[in-house]
Design a protein around this ligand. Structure first.
Ligand SMILES: [Zn+2]
Ligand SMILES: [Zn+2]
Length: 163
């Protein structure tokens, strides 16, 4: 219940910021020879509007609210495209999706997932990622680290618990 009442004005995007992000995503795709179609762009927009993470069926609901009936595969395919373009990450720990906060080039994002409110923070630290991979290879021969998700408590939930 603390999650629902937590103020999120600081992270609220203005419509200007939203338009800028979508224009940047469009340019990013064009530069890679890919096409951000109206549908893919809309799924990205809905994910941005969700602030933080969203499940595929949340986005499907949002699409349905705008357009009526929408096939589930429509949203999934758009998400797959956005992941391929490094614009979106999948967060397996909570079966959700987040907009990449990095440069949209291939990188090893580590996802910090709040076990209480589900907030996801993308953490970039190539050094830490490489060190983890190196240590793992030492103890578990042949294991290759693909992605990292860390569950814990976010700042808000930690503060709420302390208070
Ligand atoms: Zn990223
Ligand atoms: Zn939290």
């Amino acid at each position: 219940m603390t999650a629902a009442s937590a103020p999120n004005t600081a992270s609220q995007r203005s419509s200007d910021a939203l338009a800028r992000e979508l224009a940047a995503a469009d340019a990013h795709c064009r530069a890679r020879g890919a096409q951000l179609t109206a549908l893919r762009r809309e799924v990205l927009e809905l994910l941005l509007l969700r602030e933080g993470s969203a499940k595929a069926y949340d986005l499907q609901d949002d699409m349905r609210a705008r357009h009526g009936r929408v096939a589930p595969t429509t949203v999934y395919r758009a998400l797959e495209f956005l992941i391929e373009q490094e614009l979106v990450h999948r967060v397996d720990a909570i079966n959700a999706f987040v907009v990449c906060n990095g440069e949209h080039v291939h990188h090893h994002a580590m996802m910090l997932v709040c076990a209480q409110c589900g907030q996801v923070t993308e953490w970039h630290d190539e050094e830490a990622f490489a060190a983890l991979g190196k240590r793992l290879r030492k103890s578990v021969a042949g294991f290759h680290v693909g992605s990292v998700e860390i569950k814990g408590l976010c700042t808000n939930c930690t503060e709420a618990q302390a208070g």
